[in-house]
Design a protein around this ligand. Sequence first.
Ligand SMILES: Nc1nc2c(ncn2[C@@H]2O[C@H](COP(=O)(O)OP(=O)(O)OP(=O)(O)O)[C@@H](O)[C@H]2O)c(=O)[nH]1
Ligand SMILES: [Mg+2]
Length: 329
Amino acid sequence: MPLGFVDETSIEVSSGSGGAGCVSFRREKYVPKGGPDGGDGGTGGNVIFQVKTNLKTLSHLSRKRKHHAKNGEGGKGRRMAGKKGEDLIITVPPGTLIRDDDTGDLLHDFSENKDGDSWIFLRGGKGGLGNWHFRSSRKQAPRYAQDGEPGQTVQVVLELNVIADIGFVGFPSVGKSSLLKELTNANPEVAPYPFTTKIPNLGMLRISEKEVVLADIPGIIEGASHGVGLGFEFLKHIARTEALAFMIDLGEENFLDTYDKLLIELEQYQPALLEKKRFIIGTKKDMDESGEAEQALRERFCDYPVIVVSIFTREGMDELKQLFLTMAK
Ligand SMILES: Nc1nc2c(ncn2[C@@H]2O[C@H](COP(=O)(O)OP(=O)(O)OP(=O)(O)O)[C@@H](O)[C@H]2O)c(=O)[nH]1
Ligand SMILES: [Mg+2]
C-alpha cells in the first residue's frame, strides 16, 4: 500500500447500547408474592481515541471500516445491575485530526498530545432502570422496566500529516527507491535510468512494535540548487525528518565525491538540513567484489555510522533496520 504524505481513512464508530432494565420479583420461602427486584441495565461502552506515539501512520485502521464498543448487559434479579459494555479504544498516532465525515467539521485535534492521552468521543447509552424503581404504593408489582438507551454511530475521517523519520538522499540511480521497496510496504518505480522518481514516496517499516517512516525522494545532482535535474523543491519533504541517510553507490567510479556534492546542494536549500543526524549507506555492495570500495567508504566516513547493503544479496538489511530504529528516535 503506497502512502501519500497525507494519510487519511474514514471509519464508522459506534458506542454500545445500554442494557435493558430487568423485570423480576423476589422469591422467598414464606413470602409468596415478593416485591419487585429487577436491576438496572449496564451502560454501553464508550468510543475513545487514544494517542500512541509508536504509531506513525493510520494504516492499522485501514482494514476495518466499522468499529463497535460493546453493549451493556441487561439487569438481573435481586437488584443486580448488568455489566458495563467494554469501551472501544482506537489508537492513533500523535498529530491525528478527527473530522465528521458528513460535515467536515473538526471534532478533535491530537497535535499537542503525548503518549496515552485520550479523548472520549461517544458515550455509551445509559442502562434501563429495572422494575424495582417503578414500585409505588399503588403499584406494588410493576411489570415494567426501561429499555437501555441506544448507542450512537458516527462516520469519522481521520487525517494525519505523515512526517518521515528518515530521508534518503543520494544521486539518481543510487538505489533509493529499491531500498524503500525492499524494506517497506511502499511500491515505488525502480529503473536503471536517472530521475525515475519524480515525486517523493513514503514507506513504513515495522520493527517489532515500532514504526519508522522512510522517505524516498528524487535524485539530487550537482547544480540541483540552480534547477539542474528536478531541482530541489522536493527537499521540503525531508525538512522535518529526524535523520538523513546519505546513499553512495559502491559501483560508481568516483563514489566518494558524491557526498560533498550532496552536502552543498542541501546547504543551498536549507542549512538546517546539515544539523540533522547523518549516516551513510553504501549501496550495490554486490558490485564491489574486491571489497575495496567498502573499505574506502569506511575510512572516509569513520565518524559516521556506515552500513553497506545490496538489494540482490540482502546483505546489510537487518543491520540497516536496527540503525533506522535508533536514528528515528
Ligand atoms: N547491482 C545492484 N543494482 C541495484 C541495487 N539496488 C538497486 N539497483 C539498481 O539500480 C537501478 C536504480 O535503482 P533505483 O532504486 O530506481 O534508484 P533511485 O536512487 O531511486 O533512482 P532515481 O529515482 O532515479 O533517483 C535499478 O536498475 C536497480 O535495479 C543493488 O543492490 N545492486
Ligand atoms: Mg527512485
